[in-house]
Design a protein around this ligand. Structure first.
Ligand SMILES: NC(=O)c1ccc[n+]([C@@H]2O[C@H](COP(=O)([O-])OP(=O)(O)OC[C@H]3O[C@@H](n4cnc5c(N)ncnc54)[C@H](O)[C@@H]3O)[C@@H](O)[C@H]2O)c1
Length: 254
């Protein structure tokens, strides 16, 4: 089950966290993986790990917010079977204190980045009459998280784009879903704790862990498993849906 033999997969943000674990598990399941990240070194590390485990991988340093570079990337990959949009950045703040610059930066990376990659991948999926796309949404797509104004705007858009693409390409054999993780212990979380709560790192880590009713953050591999399922042929009936994987955050918080 969950074999990705003979599939070409593009995973963005694959130098770290959820994208990295997804790329690694895809490699193990037999996919040829294009490991995309802004950071060339971390992309190469992930690709090397896949190859060391006996898989096939190529590292590409691409900024997903750059339309031309993303088009060039997809002209080099050949027709892709699987696209996972995991590249993304965080921001903490409410509408009062978010700057216009940060609002636009978050939009450019988290929204336009997903748009660019889906737009570039879909034509070849249409030709093949087959494709699976998974976008990283968030619990912020569903509930009002405190002090996440710009980030929430982007994750609402990711969820909405997922539904729209799933609807438009239903008859082209393309499935499009999103996953909404609760907090996952990656450099994404460590990074914003360090940036926004200097000196209170441990306290914030504990507070953010307890926010999930399950009492902890997820490990990135726990998110990669559901992404693997959604990209595999075993999920052939799954499209146009968001899959929360959040330790009970959306439904069990009292
Ligand atoms: N960690 C969490 O708690 C959490 C929760 C819900 C959703 N998410 C979402 O999951 C996704 C992955 O998060 P993560 O925790 O693995 O983050 P991470 O910071 O560990 O990894 C993100 C990767 O994206 C890359 N990246 C950033 N901007 C890029 C760009 N413009 N072009 C290409 N690559 C770029 C970074 O270099 C990094 O390697 C994000 O979209 C995030 O919003 C994360």
């Amino acid at each position: 089950m969950f074999s990705l033999q003979n599939k070409i997969a593009v995973v963005t943000g694959a130098g770290s966290g959820i994208g990295k674990e997804t790329a690694l598990i895809f490699g193990k399941q037999g996919a040829e993986v294009f490991v995309i990240d802004l950071n060339e070194e971390t992309a190469k590390n992930t690709a090397n790990e896949i190859v060391k485990n006996g898989g096939r991988a190529h590292a590409k340093a691409v900024d997903v917010s750059d339309h031309e570079k993303v088009n060039k990337l997809f002209s080099e990959t050949g027709p892709v079977d699987i696209l996972v949009n995991s590249a993304g950045v965080s921001h903490i703040g409410n509408i009062d204190n978010v700057s216009e610059e940060d609002f636009e930066r978050l939009f450019r990376i988290n929204v336009k980045g997903v748009f660019n990659c889906m737009k570039a991948a879909i034509p070849s999926m249409k030709k093949k009459k087959s494709g699976a796309i998974v976008n990283l949404a968030s619990t912020a797509s569903h509930i009002g998280l405190p002090e996440r104004f710009a980030y929430t705007m982007t994750k609402g858009a990711v969820h909405a784009m997922t539904l729209s693409v799933a609807r438009d390409y239903l008859n082209d054999g393309i499935r499009c879903n999103s996953v909404s993780p609760g907090r996952v212990h990656t450099s994404f979380v460590d990074g914003f704790i360090k940036k926004y709560y200097p000196g209170k790192e441990e306290e914030m880590f504990e507070k953010l862990s307890q926010f999930q009713p399950i009492g902890r953050m997820a490990q990135p591999s726990e998110i990669a498993s559901i992404i693997l399922f959604l990209c595999s042929d075993e999920a052939s009936f799954a499209t146009g849906t968001d899959y929360p994987i959040d330790g009970g955050t959306i439904t069990l918080r009292t």
